[in-house]
Design a protein around this ligand. Structure first.
Ligand SMILES: *[C@@H]1O[C@H](CO)[C@@H](O)[C@H](O)[C@H]1NC(C)=O
Ligand SMILES: *[C@@H]1O[C@H](CO)[C@@H](O)[C@H](O)[C@H]1NC(C)=O
Ligand SMILES: *[C@@H]1O[C@H](CO)[C@@H](O)[C@H](O)[C@H]1NC(C)=O
Length: 399
C-alpha cells in the first residue's frame, strides 16, 4: 500500500502485522484488511475529499446570496451563457412556458405545474460532449444517468464495472448523462468539477436543462437524439442509474447471441402496472396525465439493455409522444408505439437486497441501489473469490 502516513494507514499496517503474526485466520481476516485498505486509498474517498474542499471554498468565496426560491429557469439560461465549453450545436432559443397551465391547481405540488408548463420544451444545448462514440467498433455503450454532484459515484463506476475495456473481443465504452442541478447553477465549484472530469475522461454529456425528478424523461429523449445522430455504429446500450452494479462480462456474453440490427429491449419487466394515485407519493400521477389504463410493459429504469436499432425507433416514436414524467414508463410507452417487445430477464435485479455473495453477483447482470463503497466491495470480492460456485447460487445468464 502506497503512502503510509496518517493514523488510518498506520492502523492498517498494524492490522496487517497482527494478521501475519497471529497466523492466517482465513479469508475473513484477509478480506477485512483488503476492505480497510480499499477504504483508505480508494479514489472514491479522495474524490469525496476533493468535493468537500471545493464546496468549502465555494461557501466562502463564490456562494451567491440568492436563496433557492429565487432560482428559476431564467437563471438556467444565464448559467448556460456562462459555461465556456465549446458548443456542439447552436443554442436553441429559449423555450417559453405554456401559460395555459399557470392556473394549475394549488392542490398539486409545484413540480407538476412546472412539468406541464415546460413539457413541450424538448431541445436543449449540449454543454459537454463525450468522445464515447468516436470510433467505429463499440459493441456496448454504458450510458449512465448521473447528477453533477455525484462525482463519487462516477469515480467508483469508472474504476470498477464501468471501465472502458475489451471484454471477450467486444469494445465497451462509457458515458455519463447530466443536466444542470440547482446547486450547480449557483456553484461554480460543482460545474468546475464536472468540466474537470469531462476533460480528464471525456465521458460526460451535459445538456443545458434543469435536473429534476420529472425531467429525467427529457434526459432520456435527449440521449436518444444524441445517440441517433452521433452514435449510429454502437451495437448495444446499457442504460441505467449511477447506483447500480453491472456485471459487464455477463451482459456482453448475453448480447453476443443477439443481432444488433434487430430490436432488443430487456430488463426487469413491469407488467400491468398502474400509475400511482397516492397523492403524497413521489410517483403520483394525476388522471389528467395518464388515464385509467395500466402502463404498457416496461423495464425498470435502474438498468436495462437496448439494441442501437431499437434506440433509433424509440427516438422516432418519442417525437409523436408527449413527455411523461415517469421515465421508464415513458420508454415502455414509446416501445409500444414502435412495436418493440420488452423481454424479462431474471438477471436484472432492480429491487431488493442482494447478499454479498460473489457467487450471486457472478450470475447476475444488474443490481440496483448500491453505494460507491458497496461497489468497491462487490468488485473486490469478485476479483478475490475465484472458487467455483455451486449449482444453487450460479444463476444462468441465458434467459
Ligand atoms: C424568474 O424570476 C424573476 C424574478 O426573480 C422573474 O422576473 C421571472 O419572471 C421569473 N421567470 C420565470 C420563468 O418564472
Ligand atoms: C437568478 O435570477 C434572478 C432574477 O433574474 C436574479 O435576481 C438572481 O441574481 C439570479 N441568481 C443567480 C445566481 O444568477
Ligand atoms: C425541466 O427543465 C426545464 C429547462 O431547464 C425547466 O424549465 C423545467 O422547469 C424543468 N421541469 C421540471 C419539472 O423541473
Amino acid at each position: 500500500m502506497r503512502g503510509v502516513t496518517g493514523e488510518g494507514n498506520l492502523s492498517a499496517a498494524v492490522m496487517t502485522v497482527a494478521v501475519l503474526t497471529r497466523g492466517m485466520k482465513g479469508i475473513l481476516v484477509f478480506s477485512v484488511v483488503v476492505i480497510v485498505g480499499f477504504t483508505l486509498y480508494n479514489p472514491v474517498i479522495i474524490m469525496k475529499k476533493k468535493v468537500e474542499i471545493l464546496s468549502y471554498l465555494d461557501k466562502f468565496m463564490w456562494r451567491s446570496k440568492v436563496p433557492p426560491a429565487a432560482i428559476n429557469s431564467s437563471n438556467v439560461t444565464q448559467a448556460e451563457a456562462h459555461i465556456d465549453q465549446p458548443r456542439a450545436e447552436p443554442t436553441p432559443g429559449p423555450c417559453h412556458p405554456n401559460l395555459a397551465y399557470n392556473s394549475l391547481t394549488s392542490k398539486l405540488k409545484p413540480i407538476y405545474k412546472d412539468f406541464m408548463m415546460y413539457r413541450h420544451c424538448r431541445e436543449f444545448p449540449l454543454l459537454c460532449r463525450a468522445a464515447s462514440c468516436d470510433g467505429e467498433h463499440t459493441f456496448l455503450l454504458l450510458a449512465i444517468k448521473s447528477l453533477a454532484e455525484h462525482a463519487d459515484r462516477r469515480a467508483s463506476i469508472r474504476s470498477t464495472w464501468g471501465q472502458e475495456r475489451v471484454v471477450g473481443g467486444a469494445v465497451v465504452r462509457r458515458v455519463f448523462l447530466l443536466g444542470l442541478t440547482e446547486s450547480q447553477i449557483r456553484s461554480q465549484a460543482v460545474q468546475a468539477l464536472v468540466d474537470h472530469e469531462s476533460k480528464q475522461y471525456n465521458d460526460i454529456i451535459q445538456w443545458g436543462f434543469r435536473e429534476s425528478f420529472f425531467n429525467v424523461t427529457l434526459k432520456e429523449t435527449l440521449f436518444w437524439k444524441w445517440f441517433s445522430q452521433d452514435c449510429r455504429s454502437v451495437k448495444f446500450v446499457f442504460k441505467g442509474d449511477d447506483d447500480v452494479f453491472v456485471n459487464v462480462d455477463n451482459v456482453v456474453e448475453y448480447l453476443k447471441e443477439y443481432n444488433p440490427s434487430h430490436d432488443l429491449y430487456v430488463g426487469d419487466v413491469f407488467q400491468n402496472w398502474y400509475p400511482t394515485r397516492a397523492e403524497h407519493s413521489k410517483y403520483f400521477i394525476p388522471l389528467f396525465l395518464y388515464g385509467k389504463k395500466p402502463y404498457p410493459p416496461y423495464a425498470g429504469g435502474g438498468g436495462y439493455l437496448l439494441s442501437g436499432t431499437s434506440i433509433f425507433k424509440l427516438h422516432k416514436a418519442a417525437e409523436d409522444e408527449e413527455l411523461f414524467p415517469i421515465d421508464d414508463a415513458f420508454v415502455g410507452i414509446c416501445a409500444q408505439r414502435a412495436k418493440i417487445e420488452v423481454i424479462a430477464h431474471r438477471g436484472f435485479r432492480t429491487y431488493g437486497n442482494i447478499p454479498y455473495d460473489p457467487c450471486i453477483y457472478r450470475g447476475l447482470m444488474v443490481v440496483h441501489r448500491v453505494t460507491p463503497n458497496e461497489l468497491w466491495l462487490i468488485w473486490s470480492l469478485l476479483k478475490i473469490n475465484r472458487k467455483p460456485c455451486s449449482q444453487f447460487t450460479r444463476v444462468s445468464v441465458k434467459p
